[in-house]
Design a protein around this ligand. Sequence first.
Ligand code: 5RP
Length: 268
Amino acid sequence: MDWGLHNRLARIFQRDHRTVMLAVDHGYFMGPTTRLEDPRATIAPLLPYADAIMLTRGVLRNCVDPDVPIPVVLRVSGGTTILRKDELPNETIMTTVEDAVRLNACAVALSIFVGSDYEHQTLANLARLVDMAIPYGMPVLAVTAVGKELEKRDARYLALACRVAAEFGAHFVKTYFCENFERVAGSCPVPLVIAGGPKLDSDMAVFELVYRALQEGAAGVDMGRNIWQSDYPVPMIRAIRAIVHEQYTPQQALELLRELRTTPTVQV
Ligand code: 5RP
């Protein structure tokens, strides 16, 4: 593998080949999402506990200090908003790989909407982005997005979408956890990271999701709302980190969360 590509991936995936990515790119189609209204305030306390951050160039340039050595996964696709919910998959590439290089990104991220009216367009976007990124040694993250159709998240659909993403050259894929997730992971030849989706009912549900995804073949998380929409975002990301990197069980993660909730946050 090309040295630059390998080095960028090694900054995202730690020595245990796992990663805790913090997703804060939601504004690109949702606007000022609840608890991400002021991205700088949301992001800053979480950065010491994330292995990488996923966001757009606008939030990166305006809300993250350049002297913070966090690996950046730059969201480069977009083009519609939740105001046009039937058109959400109508995405194109909105940011060049040259600008990603200028921003010292470690990867570029783009959504594919498999099975939607825009399937062909978004897969063509992926193929083009891979072609644009390879000369720079820039890894590509494909996101198997479902828009509002959350019920699509089953193993049959996700295995197909993840496999297609890998076939088109994605270096890693962001997807959802589902029942029979091992079928999704087992048929995708590149690492998978999982999104959390809308905020779950309990902290335990989040920990079980993360734990089971890892047990069944995920290489980590790229999670947003279930971290920063929590009332205790820093304890939450630290507990998720303990599952990903320290083999905590969901119960141990819950105990850690409870302990950290009562401990004043110390900025590293
Ligand atoms: C949208 C995205 C979002 O960043 C992502 O899904 C966010 O993570 P979460 O679902 O955990 O809030 O990639 O397609």
